[in-house]
Design a protein around this ligand. Structure first.
Ligand SMILES: *Cc1c(COP(=O)(O)O)cnc(C)c1O
Length: 415
């Protein structure tokens, strides 16, 4: 039976809120790094649902865990003990973070960050009434009130004031500005090891080191938003180790989502055990009805096992480096810079040259549309960067396929 026969595409505009600027592409099926639309057109998906599909589409071990768990127990709520939560938390702490702590499970990245913000506020109350949280220009932390306010981007805040107080914005990677922004009301620093939405901009090792030093000196919490960078995207299970390897950086809190659920809504945060930090959010202080359901956690376990046991961080590092080397080697007139950590790849466009051809459209949006026409999905990151967020398990052949498609579209625009 053709499920699309009595479907009318006009329903989307008629019944769904118009808050997204969507491409007119209707994916209906996916497998590995490919998706197919309603008309049967095939796309190479290097958007990966915005860094959400580390194993590609419908990965068999995840589908199996999902269906097995759905046939066993889907949801019971956090009034009860959920074995899969304990198992997932153990993997996160023993195999990913490798620092003693405790996990909480949510349904999204914004909610994970909300948890960290509440942790910081409560810790501040317990330590002299501090409440200010420092975040950075170009950051993105989500769309709920707290996470949106933490996001230091005017365009995200516009029209929603008054915003909750207590957020202080500092230029990204500016140690002096950070130091100057700390007051006796400051309680935490929240930073992405690699900013994704602003165009794949990594924190510098020097900045991260100094942020940690300042946190130690002033008893601030070092909170890392790993929602996009976590679980192999940048070539390490934890994003900050792609910046500074080993155990030098010891965060106080970490937020996750995106890749951890392979597309099933799952997020979470981790709190360091040291100084009893993981006791700050005690019974009754925080919660969620859905978060950490048996179904979500079973999917999380299957996803992490596949990433860890499949050594996908190594694949991301190797293929990411060769993609970036190839791209830089083109010396393409439309590419200004290639920024790459693992398979977190930002192609900074030559905005002027593209705007000449785009009829006034933003360069990233224009290029992404041209790529869709040619059968490839990428994700814009701001006006002048497109991101590749391919599955971490792509083959060298699929990486090559992406490079060939990408370059042919760039050439076509340039000529
Ligand atoms: C996507 C993202 C979020 C928000 O996650 P949602 O699941 O959309 O709420 C937060 N922080 C970062 C770094 C992200 O990339």
């Amino acid at each position: 039976m053709d499920k699309t026969t009595d479907f009318d595409p006009a329903w989307l505009n008629e019944y769904v809120l118009p808050n997204y600027g969507r491409y007119n592409v209707w994916p209906v099926r996916g497998e590995g790094p490919y998706v197919w639309d309603r008309d049967g057109k095939k796309y190479l998906d290097f958007a990966g649902g915005v860094a959400v599909c580390p194993l590609g589409h419908c990965p068999p071990p995840v589908v199996k865990a999902l269906t097995d768990q759905a046939n066993t127990l889907i949801h019971v709520s956090n009034w009860y003990c959920i074995d899969k939560q304990a198992e997932l938390a153990r993997i996160l702490i023993e195999e990913c973070v490798k620092i003693p702590g405790k996990c909480f499970f949510s349904n999204s990245g914004a909610e994970a960050n909300e948890g960290l913000l509440k942790l910081a506020r409560k810790y501040g109350q317990q330590t002299g009434g501090r409440y200010e949280i420092i975040t950075f220009t170009g950051s993105f932390h989500g769309r709920t009130f707290g996470a949106m306010t933490a996001t230091a981007q005017e365009k995200i805040h516009g029209g929603f004031g008054p915003l909750p107080p207590g957020f202080v914005y500092v230029p990204f990677n500016d140690v002096q500005a950070l130091e100057a922004a700390i007051t006796d009301k400051t309680v935490a620093i929240l930073v992405e090891p690699v900013q994704g939405e602003s165009g794949v901009n990594a924190v510098t090792p020097d900045f991260l080191r100094n942020a940690q030093r300042l946190c130690k000196e002033k008893d601030l919490l070092l909170l890392l938003d790993e929602v996009q960078v976590g679980f192999g995207r940048a070539g390490e299970l934890t994003g900050w180790r792609a910046i500074i390897p080993g155990d030098e950086i010891q965060p106080d809190g970490i937020s996750w989502a995106k890749a951890i659920g392979s597309g099933f809504p799952l997020g979470g945060f981790w709190v360091n055990d040291r100084r009893d930090l993981s006791k700050v959010l005690g019974p009754g202080t925080h919660g969620t009805t859905y978060g950490g359901s048996p179904l979500a956690c079973a999917v999380g376990i299957a996803t992490l096992r596949a990433i860890i046991d499949g050594k996908l961080c190594d694949n991301a590092k190797t293929l990411g480096a060769s993609i970036a080397a190839a791209g830089r080697g083109w010396n393409h007139p439309l590419i200004k810079e290639v920024r790459q950590l693992g398979l977190f790849i930002g192609w900074e466009l030559n905005a002027e040259a593209i705007t000449e051809k785009s009829g006034g459209k933003l360069p990233s949006i224009f290029l992404a549309q041209k790529l869709l026409d040619a059968g490839m999905m990428v994700t814009p990151a701001g006006p002048n960067v497109v991101r590749w967020l391919s599955p971490l398990n792509i083959t060298a052949g699929q990486a090559e396929e992406g490079l060939t498609l990408f370059k042919s579209v760039l050439d076509e625009i340039a000529n």
